[in-house]
Design a protein around this ligand. Structure first.
Ligand code: AMP
Ligand code: GLY
Length: 438
């Protein structure tokens, strides 16, 4: 099988790496890719968000399957164009991608499907925003309705700051979703969907804030680890029964079946498990940690989803090891990251036991050297027999990477490794009983 992977980041590098390990995948291409991806497979310099360009490339390559990584091409309708060209595609249609592209739409579908989530209100002017903020009280949660690369959400105790964020969204012509604050640890669960069937991957935890101890502004994600030993037994089954299946059913009823990854962002709050958000693609950097543990060949699985045949898939097989991904970000990320800096030490870091490097924002300069080209530059990924060993290996790797002014968190997976995560969640309201957990 010949597969074309669309996207430029770390998630796509991780997907390409796993596809290459699938014996039934004969050839992988990527567009546009990055420096790390181009060392593995042929890359093609096209605009990943141009549906016609992607469909034309897939046709020219006679690809059997196109895997769309990021949200922007999905929201732009890339999957629709590829499907119209008669090629199997793993990734939702433009209409189904609204589950991520509009937080207000996601809330509407969650309400229809009775998915437990935060109470929320949509506001389109300052008066409505102030009213909603006062209804829910502090801490205030204000979300840009549209796509914002994980940076459109402000969580603050400061009412003026919350209002200012809402106003900046209104000024840009948008609306905001204001919702109740959800306490408790967050979990990311990726659910593969084929329009009617669902298969969940092992849960992971992401670290959204730029600084240690969850301080500073939100980013796209500064690191991740998996599995989550502390997560309640039956969490994954609960996500399937109460979130993924009802949502997929609702999307099919609406005439916009969901094919691809339904990324369920959860908070395990003291009042129960709640959905924080839906995304319509694999998480970045969670994927960098999750895929190295997946023993089931990825290509076959994504093809089964694209063809509506997930019901025929064998139960997933997982390595018993733990995996940690530590993101190395550029100076001044997430504001205006500095780019064009030389990156050294990658070979050394990548040759440590259990360690590999996943590129995100990198490119080759004129001399063929790897330089930074984005906010999140790369991830050092390590697997180990347990979380403690995986963390040690990952941070040994990070120490060897040289990038001027780079930033990374030193506490990825730290609390979990020390057994310090407490879950007070009683599960989802009137949830079904737990059955299984990957
Ligand atoms: P989102 O883009 O909706 O995933 O939000 C990004 C991040 O903001 C989440 O991962 C949470 O850390 C935080 N967040 C979003 N919604 C809430 C909420 N209702 N309560 C607390 N934190 C939230
Ligand atoms: N790491 C969170 C995301 O991909 O949105």
């Amino acid at each position: 099988m010949k597969v074309l992977v669309i996207g430029p980041g770390g998630r796509e590098h991780a997907i390409v790496r796993s596809l290459l390990a699938d014996p039934n995948v004969s050839e992988v291409h990527a567009a546009p890719g990055n420096a790390g991806i181009s060392k593995l497979v042929p890359t093609h310099a096209i605009d990943a968000s141009d549906p016609d360009a992607v469909a034309a490339l897939a046709t020219r390559l006679t690809a059997d399957l196109v895997v769309v990584g990021p949200e922007a091409p999905l929201a732009a309708g890339v999957s629709d164009a590829v499907r119209a060209a008669g090629i199997a595609v793993f990734g939702p249609s433009k209409a189904a991608a609204q589950l991520e592209a509009s937080k207000a739409f996601a809330k509407e579908v969650m309400a229809e499907a009775e998915v437990p989530t935060a109470m929320a209100r949509v506001a389109s002017n300052a008066e409505e925003a102030a009213d909603a903020l006062d209804t829910f009280g502090a801490p205030y949660v204000v979300k840009d309705d549209g796509l914002a690369a994980g940076k459109g959400v402000v969580v603050t105790n400061n009412r003026a700051e919350a209002l200012a964020h809402a106003q900046s969204c209104f000024n840009a012509g948008g609306v905001v979703v204001i919702e109740e604050f959800l306490d408790g640890p967050e979990v990311s669960v990726f659910v593969l969907c084929d329009g009617s069937n669902t298969v969940a991957l092992a849960p992971a935890q992401d670290f959204k804030r730029i600084f240690d101890n969850d301080e500073g502004p939100n980013t796209g994600g500064m690191g991740a680890y998996t599995p989550l030993d502390w997560a309640p037994e039956g969490l994954v089954q609960e996500v399937i029964d109460r979130v993924a299946q009802p949502t997929v059913k609702q999307m099919a009823l609406r005439g916009t079946p969901f094919v691809g990854v339904l990324f369920v962002g959860l908070a395990l709050t003291s009042r129960g498990t709640r959905v924080i958000e839906f995304n319509v693609r694999f998480g970045d950097p969670e994927t960098q940690a999750v895929l190295p543990r997946l023993k089931t060949p990825l290509g076959g699985l994504l093809m089964a989803a694209a063809r509506g045949e997930l019901d025929k898939a064998q139960p997933l097989r997982w390595s018993r090891e733990s995996a940690v991904a530590v993101v190395v970000a550029a100076a001044n990320y997430p504001d205006a990251p500095r780019t064009g800096d030389r990156i050294r030490g990658l070979k050394k870091a990548g040759s440590l036991e259990g360690v590999h490097i996943i590129h995100a924002g990198t490119r080759f300069d004129d001399e063929g050297k790897v330089v930074s080209a984005g906010g999140r530059v790369l991830a050092v990924v390590a697997v180990g027999t347990d979380l403690v060993e995986a963390r040690e290996r990952a941070y040994d790797g990070v120490e060897l990477v040289q990038l001027d002014g780079c930033q990374f968190r030193t506490d990825i997976g730290g609390k979990a490794a020390r057994g310090e995560i407490r879950v007070l969640s009683p599960g989802m309201p009137s949830g079904t009983k737990a059955k299984a957990q990957p």
